[in-house]
Design a protein around this ligand. Structure first.
Ligand code: PGA
Length: 255
């Protein structure tokens, strides 16, 4: 993995109130205060961003959001913009998570607009891609990813992509306890890196971080991280508990 700095990110989904989130963040900060060689990010719900930021500022833990809307402001009831996220301390934003694609009509086109908006304001997009079980069974995995990556990054140029992070999350592995094997994940990560190379050149494909997500736990992280093209993890369920998430962050100790 060499020059790429690992990133372990926690997606808290629609769990925890502002107070509960701040408490978990406090427990996490205590446990990872000494971590210097891994980037750490947590993405609580929108309503907990401000309270969590107070707890994690000046710690190794950075703040992320779970979604954004692509306009900066306007008559868009219920939406939250990139500048608003930045103003409460976010450095990252998860974009195009499969749950948003599945339940909230997210498409490759809207993912693309959100990525552009994140980049304009200087947020690091964590761009999620991944195939469903049916697509994997019918051997469409690589073609689905090809389409998601191409459409998601449409219109973007190399100079805009230095903050981009890709998260490969096979939909069948999310919240199911079924992780892709290290080799299955590596195969897809290598493919995604080759797509980045084809479209944007080898400087970006060498430096871009590609995270794996889908039932990552303290006992499977070390194997995944030993793969050459896996640069970190996007963790759902196991990130909700500070003890298990900190074990994932400290995967090198376990290995
Ligand atoms: P999981 O979720 O770790 O609970 O499978 C991962 C994700 O949805 O990002």
């Amino acid at each position: 993995m060499g020059k790429r700095r690992p990133l372990i990110a926690g997606n808290w989904k629609m769990y925890k109130t502002a107070e509960e989130s701040a408490e978990t963040a406090r427990q996490l900060v205590e446990r990872v205060a000494d971590v210097g060689d891994v980037d750490i990010m947590i993405a609580p719900t929108f309503t907990a961003l401000a309270s969590v930021f107070k707890v994690i500022q000046n710690s190794p833990v950075a703040l992320g959001a779970q979604n954004l809307f692509w306009e900066n402001e306007g008559a868009y009831t219920g939406e939250i913009s990139a500048p608003m996220l930045k103003s409460v301390g976010c450095q990252y934003c998860i974009i195009g998570h499969s749950e948003r694609r599945q339940y909230f009509a997210e498409t490759d086109e809207t993912v693309n607009k959100r990525i552009q908006a994140a980049i304009r304001i200087g947020l690091r997009p964590v761009f999620c891609v991944g195939e469903t079980e049916k697509e994997r069974e019918s051997e469409q995995t690589l073609s689905v990813l090809d389409k998601q990556v191409k459409n998601g990054l449409k219109g973007l140029i190399l100079d805009q992509l230095d903050k981009l992070i890709v998260a490969y999350e096979p939909v069948w592995a999310i919240g199911t306890g079924k992780t892709a094997t290290d080799d299955q994940a590596q195969e897809v990560h290598q493919f995604i890196r080759s797509l980045v190379e084809k479209n944007f050149g080898s400087a970006l494909s060498d430096s871009i971080r590609i995270l794996y997500g889908g039932s990552v736990k303290p006992d499977n992280i070390a194997g995944l991280m030993s793969m050459p093209d896996i640069d970190g993890a996007l963790v759902g369920g196991a990130s909700l508990d500070a003890e298990s998430f900190s074990k994932i962050v400290k995967y090198k100790l376990k290995a």
